[in-house]
Design a protein around this ligand. Structure first.
Ligand SMILES: [Zn+2]
Length: 408
């Protein structure tokens, strides 16, 4: 029969046969039996051995066929294994105790990378929990089977969930641009648990770590990775700088309010954007404002001058320029710029490490946007566990279990 042979081929059956396929209550039921001519395989060690007894019948949800739900039915055998004693046989379409067939798990998990889990459930006629289970099994497999031994540069960042009420610390592999680890909170303990997870040997292999000037992280990194270079992330530093510039603008707007309330209206991004990204209209506005001796204009010039710092090739030259810039900023009579300059001075050595190892979390920025999209897409991620699952699945680039037949 064609249908039997399709089942046999797509499941890659070698030691099992299809006994019959029936239709019951709108479902296609596939009854499987062991091939009596073959010895059984031990599920623990893979050794062949004689059968011992037969267990209770089990049911697996399988990939729907032409929109018809499919159920696999089989009574597993136990095998007398020379190494392990009496064990359940290896069942090629099963993964542990999961009620989903291995192909169905992969099919649902594959679609769950692209679509919201709820939508996948609706398309295939499964409950959201079934999709979640498929993702969880796939992620567990991926985490068990990925190779963490070649990681040398990591980037640490944070994202928020529940509109900023819950933070997650994210650790990325900066070379592969994948998520390595995600943990709730952004405390020292959070990061400690990542290094525990990675293990001493792999920590030793790390050459550099890129992160924000976030004190709890810094202490942990210096304690756990004394040999590695700490590089403060360029993009975070720029973000602090832009924050300072904007603070100068806000303060000036307040000061101008009584006499000239509209002068700086709608100029926020003129000061913050890269100069080459300004529109023609913004350029005209900027050159008008530049003629007035405004504080925000001085902050803007300091910001533009700071940009040059990153262009240096040699650390010594970069340091000399930074000293110069520090003097400008601290003599600018602009409080926010002065504070930024002092923050930079405090972390200067680790900022200058950038000129030894040019890593930044630029790639991470894209990944963080992806994380945000993942968190927006799914309303079901109320728990940290499910959220992490979705992050690993979407951004971990984890290996998927191999199937004999490609179902999707
Ligand atoms: Zn065995």
């Amino acid at each position: 029969m064609l249908i039997e042979s399709i089942v046999r081929k797509t499941l890659g059956l070698k030691r099992h046969c299809v006994k019959k396929v029936t239709e019951e209550h709108g479902e296609m039921i596939v009854y499987l039996i062991p091939d009596g001519r073959c010895r059984l395989i031990c599920s623990c060690c893979g050794t062949k051995g004689p059968g011992y007894d037969t267990l209770k019948e089990r049911h697996w949800k399988h990939v729907p066929f032409w929109g018809i739900p499919v159920v696999l039915v089989y009574a597993p055998r136990r095998v007398t294994c020379a190494n392990c004693g009496i064990k359940v046989e290896a069942i090629p379409w099963a993964k542990g105790k999961s009620p989903l067939s291995a192909p169905l798990t992969v099919v649902l998990a594959t679609w769950a990378k692209i679509l919201a889990w709820k939508v996948v459930g609706e398309l295939f006629g499964f409950h959201w929990n079934t999709v979640k289970k498929a993702v969880k099994d796939t992620v567990d497999y991926g985490l068990r089977n990925r190779d963490l031994d070649k990681i040398v540069y990591i980037g640490i960042d944070e994202i928020s969930r529940k509109k900023g009420h819950v933070y997650h610390t994210q650790v990325y592999d900066l070379e592969e641009k994948t998520l390595l680890w995600s943990g709730e909170n952004r405390t020292a303990e959070t990061l400690e648990s990542f290094f525990d997870y990675l293990g001493q040997d792999r920590c030793q292999k790390l050459i550099a770590v890129c992160c924000d000037m976030w004190a709890p992280y810094i202490d942990v990194i210096k304690k756990r990775l004394p040999h590695a270079l700490l590089v403060f992330d360029k993009f975070h530093i720029i973000r602090h700088l832009l924050y300072a510039v904007d603070k100068v603008r806000k303060e000036e707007v307040q000061k101008l309010k009584p006499e000239n309330p509209d002068l700086l209206n709608g100029t926020k991004y003129i000061w913050l954007k890269n100069s080459w990204n300004l529109t023609e209209k913004q350029k005209v506005r900027l050159s008008d404002l530049e003629r007035l001796n405004l504080k925000i204009n001085r902050a803007y010039l300091l910001k533009e001058a700071f940009r040059k710092f990153w262009d240096y090739t040699y650390q010594a030259w970069a340091k000399r320029y930074l000293d110069q810039w520090f003097w400008w900023a601290t003599h600018s009579r602009l409080e926010p710029m002065r504070n930024f300059a002092w923050m930079v001075r405090k972390h200067q050595d680790d900022i200058l490490n950038y000129f030894k190892v040019r890593i930044n979390n630029g790639a991470v920025e894209g990944l963080n946007n992806k994380a945000k999209a993942i968190s927006h897409r799914a309303y079901g991620f109320r728990s940290a566990e499910t959220f992490k699952l979705a992050l690993y699945h979407g951004m971990g680039n984890l290996p998927m279990p191999l199937l004999t037949h490609k179902f999707v």
